[in-house]
Design a protein around this ligand. Structure first.
Ligand SMILES: N[C@@H](CCC(=O)N[C@@H](CS)C(=O)NCC(=O)O)C(=O)O
Length: 230
């Protein structure tokens, strides 16, 4: 487990061993699911906190890491990876010992990739569009309608314990972290099937470590400093 640093530490050069994963993160944001995944994988990583709340945007230097200055991003073996679905695919494949990604020749690989990408390409934009009050035709946008998305997740999680099937995979860190947050914020229906899913996930030691890290004094101090400066 890596302790969260207490201040914004955006550094654009690789200043760690090449095998160590550098993780660009902001507590209580979309990067939380990747923090959870890193804990599941048990890899050596170093967290660099990115402050986008004080001024409403991250420091300009961070654009060298993430073109939209958003979190998360990672750096590994000198290579930068951005976008959550890509980061999770990369990490779960790069560290296969944890068994969080079905191998290329495993028939479960297809459902797993579909589930992982669905979180970013359908679930997240559907929730954001609903939250922001967008009115649109479901057939006119790539992510479709909110109710279809909720019904699909409900069907999937009724017939199987995890998003991609019988096994917990990296896809669950993405759906689980998103549902945890959006159900709490009343942006997502609080149905028993989703509560049961979250109850299963929250039993995992890595889930608990993620929660401890993001609620640690260092994370709170960072968030407080950011809010005071806002
Ligand atoms: N497409 C990105 C989006 C990530 C994202 O929306 N990150 C938010 C965190 S909640 C962010 O960094 N917002 C800061 C900003 O836009 O200035 C991904 O999936 O990795």
């Amino acid at each position: 487990m890596t302790q969260l640093p207490t201040q914004n530490t955006v550094k654009t050069s690789a200043q760690s061993a090449p095998e160590q994963v550098i993780f660009y993160h902001s507590p209580f944001s979309r990067s939380g699911g990747v923090l959870w995944l890193l804990e599941e994988l048990g890899v050596d990583y170093q967290t660099r906190l990115v402050d986008f709340r004080t001024t409403g945007t991250a420091p300009e230097s961070y654009r060298q890491i993430q073109p939209h200055k958003k979190v998360p991003a990672i750096q590994h073996r000198g290579v930068i990876v951005t976008e959550r679905a890509a980061i999770c695919t990369y990490l779960a494949d790069a560290f296969p010992a944890a068994g969080l990604a079905p191998a290329l020749d495993n028939p479960a690989r297809g459902p797993y990739l579909s589930a992982l990408v669905y979180c970013d390409s359908v679930v997240d934009p559907c929730i954001a569009a609903r939250y922001l009050g967008f009115e649109y035709q479901a057939s006119g946008v790539s992510f479709g309608g909110f109710e279809d998305m909720v019904q699909n997740l409900e069907r999937q999680l009724t017939r199987q314990p995890y998003l991609a099937g019988e096994q917990f995979t990296a896809a669950d860190t993405q759906l689980g972290s998103g549902l945890l947050w959006t159900i709490q914020m009343k942006m997502f229906p609080d149905k028993p099937v989703f509560q049961d899913y979250l109850a299963r996930l929250s039993e995992r030691p890595a889930f608990k470590r993620w929660q401890e890290l993001d609620n640690s004094p260092a994370a709170s101090a960072f968030s407080e400093a950011v809010l005071q400066n806002a």
